[in-house]
Design a protein around this ligand. Structure first.
Ligand code: ADP
Ligand code: MG
Ligand code: MG
Length: 199
């Protein structure tokens, strides 16, 4: 069973990974965006870690709801409300249980990803974070490790796609040939989850 501490460690691992990869995320956001994805998420996840240290919520749901709320209020770009909604909706789906099973987390994350699709209007194949998140949550029933591989493959598979949502869509066909920054950061988030489960 997974407790609040697991979710705090996941958020801390995500923040560390985003910090390590911030330059790469911003570089990916340069040809098909406005070169701020790494700095947006670095700022957002640093604020998440800070608020979790200060408030120390004691249920899995409360950790994710607080983290999501913090992302929404600190990240100006499109990714803030989208990742914020992912975490907040996942947290709400977990309710106020003190411990949750891996299966409950998988179901909750699927509800979170559905909420991101509703908010942003993106479907798989639109060259967004959804292209990493949808295969990841589908693979979660198998294992965290399978979810990490599925997310990484999904992120790589965005390169030949033409963007149909977000800033990159303004480029039309010129968005083809570049890996999507949000799909790349989504894979980092799922990799942090798998790392947390494995350690
Ligand atoms: P902004 O584009 O506002 O500068 P970021 O650079 O932080 O925001 O995030 C860009 C990423 O957000 C994109 O690479 C894409 O994956 C994701 N994104 C943008 N719009 C949407 C959307 N409508 N639905 C899902 N993801 C989206
Ligand atoms: Mg950007
Ligand atoms: Mg921006």
């Amino acid at each position: 069973m997974l407790h609040a501490d697991f979710f705090r460690r996941w958020m801390t691992a995500a923040a560390a990974s985003v910090e390590r990869e911030a330059e790469r995320l911003t570089a990916l956001d340069s040809p098909i965006g406005d070169a701020d994805h790494g700095s947006n998420l670095h700022r957002g996840f640093a604020a998440v870690v800070a608020v979790l240290e200060k408030d120390a919520p004691d249920t899995p749901g409360a950790v994710l709801v607080l983290a999501g709320r913090q992302l929404i209020s600190t990240v100006g770009g499109a990714s803030g409300p989208l990742y914020g909604t992912l975490l907040r909706r996942t947290g709400k789906a977990l309710g106020d249980a003190v411990e949750v099973s891996e299966g409950q987390l998988a179901d909750a994350l699927r509800a979170g990803v559905d909420a991101v699709m509703t908010l942003g209007g993106a479907a798989p194949g639109d060259k967004t974070m959804i292209d990493a998140l949808v295969p990841a949550v589908a693979a979660l029933d198998e294992s965290f490790t399978a979810a990490r591989s599925a997310a990484e493959e999904g992120a790589l598979a965005t390169t030949p796609l033409q963007a149909r949502k977000g800033r990159a869509s303004y480029l039309g066909e010129r968005s083809i040939g570049h890996q999507d920054p949000g799909a790349t950061s989504a894979a980092l988030l799922i990799a942090a989850l798998a790392d947390t489960a494995e350690h």
